[in-house]
Write a protein that binds this ligand. Structure first.
Ligand code: ADP
Ligand code: MG
Length: 923
């Protein structure tokens, strides 16, 4: 019989695995907006979004409402890793009747305690009486928390039933009571005045008090267990009741609005099992305990593990076994019938005793029983089984939390500190052993280090308050640093107007020379109409590689074959003749491979260097860039240089029809699929745009008929200083470190991939200096130019708490020792920089679409933009932000975006094809 009882109290491992699964399910249920209302494990958001990092400093006041006391505490932190906080406290007994009286009286009393405490502890002569004195309020009742300092009481418990509090904001009630104290207590209800008349006035101190945070006691434990090296992100209280809290990914806490970073969730796991999931492990003894409790059927988990119940479980087991005549056969156990005689402390005394059963005997005899030697042995085993089960169940709940954290953080292995507190943990030496081994068995991927809490929830509350203030101060500073990057709608409208002005100036015959946006004519006068047919050659020079392509157009669409060729540095920097000879060798190699030596094909040449175009097939090279410096080319017609090389190599299979810029190629490639595509946009290493302009507006080219594509070269927008008012110190520093400091490519340096990483790096360095990042620790690698790549922005912004592993990989590469909050802040910086880039790009584009619309005299216009460039294509938010801003700035234009595929290849062939189509039509 005894063996059967012991077996019923031990739970097999496979059953624990199932239970862990149930716990995780219930946690998810509690976190989800849809299912939260029905969830047993409530998973309450606490709005505590950070754990202490040791830099917290200053005086913090705590007031804790307990069963029949008010505890006040003043904690002084020195920013020394919180190693040696100074603490002064005072406990006030609560007058009879206050728990059932008016709410106002309760809060007035609390305020009076605070006031009294302050007058005794803080020297009113100390000069700091101007500063606010932050207060954390420990309020151990179920609240619906909306902010750290906003919490509505859902219901009273523990014998409290003050009127006028349920449904109201408890923080507000306390703050009002405190503010009343300030005016000499004049508004305090007479009753309390007479009671506390003896208290001296301390209005100058109390007036400084501001309630900053309200919290539950479990959270306090977590906050006291953070060490300098590793934050504590889980806390378990194993006391009269049982509860656990942990730092969850904020976006998973759907019941709170916060979505970035983490938030502490108060699981309230005591109610786990209230829907029956624990029924198969509940013993008849547990049933008896539950029936005799004040809340039968509720808090089933807590009743298996809380110290309020363990003695009772043992008591019922003993009664039952005695009835079965398995125990105490020679003694009367009438004494055991009384509820509560067998306490958890008795149980702990019995099991902690190592040398035989003398202690067991002593305890049982003390209770009035006369146990035999055998009884003592059995009772000890029963007690061990009950406490062991409590430890095992705690471990199972903990394993559920650890696995959940590990999964949702996408980690392979989770290492975490777990703050622990409570009489069970402290009272039984083997408790930690069981916790450790069972949780390891159930969650082998997690390593928990148990940290016993010091000084309990009061100090924890001070830490919460301190952290809240640190976060608020940090938020303010972060906002200040990032403010110059945040552009208003008015700022963007201004940029749009300026772009429009520069466009007009660039197009004007007389103003062209001094405009920052050059508006170069391309001599491309038609976009494709989809009827283009035939085979064409295309060259692409100036991107990452040199390519030769064969593009075949038919009714079925476009097919392409291409080869990539290397241009050796010696040739890039040699003579022009050698360069173009090399290019021609590559073309002829391609022609041989494609078996087309005998054909003569029209050719389009995408040449991504600045050129002054004087005809579709005539373009003077203005300057080399991107590492090219071949002699004898600048100022020459590039098409002519290519034709000369063809002659030298006796290649008669080429008919060079057109030279174009990659922006034009992009527009043409997209135009083949969408006839409305009349704009080309590139946001890659650099940024540029082109669009179809009416010839009559193009002052720099003769003729008024039809249209022409204009290569805006908008990267240089602002080179005349017109954007200076929106530039930040970061932009200026980045500009100074480029190869073309001063005013070249002003707009490009705000928008394109080559610079965004650098801007972010500058901001990070400033934030590090201001101790906002990396706790001010040095990070040498971050000082290296271009170490922060623009592709990092994509990775960092993409992560929604999920891709944290990738962020960590980046940070490791940068040798940065970044905390979770550091990575959140880095993400915010990246977002600010990429958002501004997208918005500015949108402002430029808005000027373009509005001009096209006005050209046509339309009230409403729809148009398509062909886009290319890795930043646009791969950044997770750039395109979305660009389109959203464009809608706001150009509400009368309906703009679609079409991603270009291989614009430089396909586009070059299309320019050639369209030219041929038009030429044929004219004949
Ligand atoms: P190019 O403009 O030279 O033709 P791309 O359009 O491919 O070349 O753009 C390359 C630039 O895109 C790089 O210089 C880099 O700044 C940026 N970039 C590369 N990868 C990413 C990424 N994953 N997210 C955002 N930007 C990127
Ligand atoms: Mg490109």
């Amino acid at each position: 019989q005894i063996q059967r009882a012991l077996r019923s109290l031990s739970i097999p491992l496979d059953r624990l695995h199932v239970m862990k699964g149930h716990m995780i399910q219930d946690m998810c249920k509690g976190l989800s907006r849809e299912t939260h209302a029905q969830a047993k494990v409530q998973m309450l958001p606490t709005y505590i979004c950070s754990t202490p990092n040791g830099t917290e400093k200053g005086n913090f006041l705590v007031v804790e409402l307990c069963q029949n006391q008010i505890r006040t505490l003043l904690v002084t932190l020195y920013g020394d890793g919180n190693m040696s906080p100074q603490m002064v406290y005072k406990i006030f007994d609560m007058p009879e009747g206050i728990r059932q009286g008016e709410g106002e009286a309760l809060f007035d009393f609390i305020a009076q305690c605070v006031s009294q405490f302050l007058s005794e502890t803080i020297n009113s002569d100390s000069g700091s009486s101007e500063e606010c004195l932050p207060l954390g309020f420990v309020f151990p009742f179920t609240c619906y928390q909306k902010q750290l300092d906003k919490a509505e009481l859902i219901s009273w418990s523990k014998g409290f039933s003050c009127s006028g509090v349920v449904g109201n904001d408890v923080v507000q009630l306390l703050q009002s009571a405190i503010d009343k104290q300030d005016v000499g207590g004049g508004k305090t209800s007479g009753e309390w005045l007479s009671l506390w008349r003896g208290w001296k006035s301390s209005s100058s101190q109390i007036s400084r008090v501001q309630v900053v945070a309200l919290m539950n006691d479990t959270v306090g434990t977590m906050m006291t267990c953070c060490t300098e090296r590793r934050p504590c992100e889980v806390a378990m209280v194993m006391d009269k009741g049982s509860n656990c809290c942990f730092m969850a990914e904020a976006y998973l806490v759907e019941t709170a609005e916060e979505t970035s970073g983490r938030m502490c969730v108060n699981t309230e796991w005591g109610c786990f099992g209230d829907d029956g999931t624990l029924n198969d492990i509940i013993t008849p003894y547990d049933e008896c305990v539950d029936e005799e409790s004040s809340n039968p059927g509720e808090k089933r988990f807590e009743k298996l593990v809380g110290s309020l119940y363990l003695g009772e479980i043992v008591r019922h087991a003993l009664i039952s076994l005695t009835t079965e005549k398995a125990l105490f056969t020679e003694t009367d156990i009438g004494i055991l019938k009384e509820k509560g005689v067998f306490t958890t402390q008795h149980v702990l005394n019995i099991i902690n005793n190592k040398d035989g059963t003398t202690e067991v005997k002593r305890v049982l005899e003390f209770l009035g029983l006369q146990p035999s030697e055998r009884d003592c042995g059995w009772v000890q085993q029963i007690c061990r089984a009950v406490v062991g089960r409590a430890a095992t169940l705690h471990a199972t709940g903990l394993a559920a939390i650890l696995s959940y954290m590990c999964q949702t953080r996408e980690m392979e292995k989770l290492m975490v500190n777990v703050g622990v507190e409570g009489e069970l943990y402290q009272g039984y030496t083997r408790f930690e052993e069981i916790l450790q081994s069972v949780s390891r068995l159930l969650s082998p991927e997690c390593v928990a280090t148990f940290v016993p809490s010091k000084d309990g929830s009061g100090r924890g509350a001070a830490m919460v308050t301190a952290v809240a203030l640190r976060m608020a101060a940090q938020r303010h500073e972060v906002d200040t640093v990032l403010a110059p990057l945040r552009l208003t709608h008015a700022d963007l409208e201004k940029v749009q107007v300026l772009m429009r002005q520069e466009m007009e100036r660039g197009l004007g015959k007389n103003t062209h020379a001094s405009a920052s946006v050059h508006m170069l004519p391309t001599y491309v006068c038609h976009t494709p109409d989809g009827t283009e047919q035939g085979d064409f050659l295309a060259l692409d020079l100036g991107g990452t590689n040199f390519r030769v392509l064969l593009v075949s157009m038919s009714e079925e669409g476009i097919s392409m074959a291409s080869e990539i060729y290397i241009i050796p540095p010696a040739i890039m920097q040699g003579t022009g003749e050698a360069l173009f000879d090399h290019i021609m060798d590559c073309i002829m190699d391609f022609q041989r491979k494609q078996n087309m030596m005998l054909q003569t094909l029209p050719l389009g040449f995408t040449f991504s260097f600045p050129c002054q175009q004087v005809g579709l097939d005539k373009a003077l090279l203005l300057t080399w860039t991107k590492g090219f410096s071949a002699s004898g080319c600048v100022g020459k017609d590039v098409v002519h240089l290519l034709r000369e090389a063809a002659e030298r190599k006796q290649n008669s299979g080429l008919q060079v029809v057109a030279l174009l810029n990659d922006t034009v190629g992009t527009m043409m490639a997209c135009g083949y699929d969408d006839p409305k595509c009349e704009i080309g946009l590139i946001v890659g290493t650099g940024t540029n745009a082109c669009y179809m302009e009416e010839m009559k507006n193009v002052g720099t080219v003769e003729g008024d008929e039809g249209c022409m594509c204009i290569n805006m070269e908008w990267g240089a927008f602002g080179d005349n200083g017109c954007l200076d008012s929106i530039l930040t110190q970061f932009d200026k520093v980045v500009d100074e470190s480029t190869i073309n400091p001063g005013k070249q490519s002003r707009f490009e340096k705000l928008v394109s991939g080559m610079y965004l990483g650098e801007i972010v790096r500058q901001i990070l360095m400033v934030m590090k200096e201001k101790q906002l990042l990396f706790q001010g620790k040095s990070c040498t690698k971050l000082q290296t130019r271009n170490i922060f790549q623009t592709k990092f922005l994509s990775t960092i912004e993409l992560s929604h708490g999920l891709a944290l592993r990738q962020i960590r990989a980046i940070l490791q590469e940068l040798e940065l020792d970044a905390s979770f909050e550091d990575s959140m802040l880095m993400r915010e910086v990246c977002q600010a920089v990429s958002l501004r880039a997208a918005q500015l790009c949108a402002a430029g584009l808005a000027a373009v679409v509005e001009k096209i619309r006005e050209n046509r005299g339309l009230a409403q216009m729809s148009v398509t933009v062909g886009v290319d460039g890795t930043l646009y294509k791969l950044h997770p938010c750039f395109s979305k932000n660009l389109q959203k801003t464009l809608k706001e700035l150009a509400p009368n234009c309906d703009v679609s975006f079409l991603l270009s595929e291989d614009g430089s290849g396909k586009g070059a062939a299309l320019v050639a094809a369209v030219a041929c189509r038009i030429a044929n039509a004219m004949q």
